[in-house]
Design a protein around this ligand. Structure first.
Ligand code: G3I
Length: 372
């Protein structure tokens, strides 16, 4: 009996070890995005608060394996980092910096000045002087703390309307249109060793691009430093504006700026407008036709998604001398903000890794794009 037990234990252990070896093989033999594109541009991802805390070991493995640039999806926005007037919470951002240092990655600070996700006290400000005080103190305190610790800042985020005019944000209304240049001037003083970027969505589209170029020229004409421009890259499957993206890469680069794709995802669900304005919503949430892929993507859409990603990376590689970073807005489909916007509670599939962190066909097509 004792002998049978011992044989059974040996068999069980052998099976378990084989399974572990298989598992390990499955993850460690996958190609790594950052390795594949190491001579071309950085490959980034946006991290949620839980991912910064390293709460999920599978997510953590995928992050360390594939990405060399990290953008905090939310925790460095003003409502989180300065929740009360003059009271800062640096704990998660410090943790992110520590994580990046431990793994030899860089960090992009997102974002200093954005009309959205402002702390409640700032949203209530009605006087120019008070807003100017918040604006100056916020930039000085936050940007100086992370100088030499992060690579760059999205100094100003989404200051433009679709037609290229200035968005009538609280900053524009109370401080005037010079607030963008002033934000860059303050950040340059507070963080002289940090790169400074302007970041927006749809700024590859001709009208918004023209407004973006005008804004950048104003900063440059004032003798203030701006190092890069972020094209966020929230695009839709089957409708990637490749021509406009290419024109934008060339035109922004001609201004002497580094070009970055900063929030890449390719949405697969129906939508009746373009862009990424978080205040915009759709109201057809009860119609199942607007949430068609709850059980997974049909092959045809999966293939289109893969082809779209391949076309994008072929374009990025063509202009690798102008593009310094391509950042995905999230690690896997389950984490994507597009599951909750513009209709809450949908099942979206916009990234390269599925909900189980398995590489999708789009992942392999992106890698093939490098080989072609
Ligand atoms: O943390 C709270 C949680 O406690 C609460 O239970 C839950 C209930 O709704 O909300 C959680 O906060 C949410 C937060 O994401 C963290 O998940 C907010 O409601 C939600 O509004 C917030 O959305 C973020 C959005 O910016 C808001 O501005 C998205 O995660 C983030 O991906 C998105 O990122 C923006 C970029 O910063 C700028 N460009 C567009 C991009 C997409 O909108």
């Amino acid at each position: 009996m004792k002998k049978i037990n011992s044989i059974l234990t040996t068999i069980t252990l052998t099976v378990l070890l084989a399974a572990c070896a298989d598992n390990k093989k499955a993850t460690t033999t996958e190609p790594s995005l950052k390795e594949i594109f190491k001579d071309d541009f950085d490959i980034g991802t946006a991290l949620s608060a839980d991912q910064i805390e390293e709460k999920d070991s599978i997510a953590d493995e995928v992050i360390r394996r594939n990405f060399n640039s990290l953008t905090p999806e939310n925790i460095m926005k003003s409502m989180h980092i300065q929740p009360e007037w003059g009271t800062y919470d640096f704990t998660p951002a410090d943790k992110l910096v520590e994580y990046s240092q431990k793994h030899g990655m860089s960090v992009v600070g997102h974002t200093l000045i954005w009309h959205s996700q402002l702390p409640q006290f700032a949203r209530n400000i009605t006087s120019k002087d008070s807003l100017a005080e918040f604006f100056t103190n916020h930039i000085n305190t936050v940007a100086s703390r992370y100088d030499r610790k992060i690579q760059g800042w999205d100094v100003v985020n989404e200051a433009l309307n679709e037609d290229g005019t200035m968005r009538e944000s609280i900053f524009y209304k109370l401080l005037g249109e010079g607030y963008v240049t002033e934000a860059f001037r303050l950040t340059q003083e507070a963080a002289p060793n940090t790169e400074l970027y302007y970041n927006d969505y749809n700024n590859e589209q001709p009208s918004k691009r023209a407004g973006c170029i005008e804004l950048i020229k104003k900063i440059q004409d004032a003798g203030v430093r701006i190092d890069g421009v972020g094209i966020q890259g929230h695009w839709h499957v089957g409708r990637i504006p490749l021509k406009e993206i290419e024109e934008s890469i060339l035109e922004y680069s001609a201004l002497g700026l580094k070009v970055m794709i900063t929030e890449l995802d390719v949405e697969v669900l129906p939508r009746n407008f373009q862009g990424a304005d978080v205040n915009q919503r759709m109201t057809m949430k009860d119609d199942p036709a607007f949430n068609p892929y709850v059980d997974g993507l049909p092959d045809s859409v999966q293939q289109q998604l893969a082809d779209d990603y391949a076309a994008l990376f072929e374009l990025f590689l063509k202009h690798k001398d102008k593009i310094t970073r391509v950042t995905f807005w999230g690690v896997n489909d389950g984490q994507s903000w597009l599951n909750g916007w513009p209709v809450p509670g949908r099942t979206n599939h916009p990234l390269l890794f599925d909900r189980e962190f398995k590489p999708k066909p789009a992942f392999y097509k992106v890698i093939e794009a490098k080989k072609n």
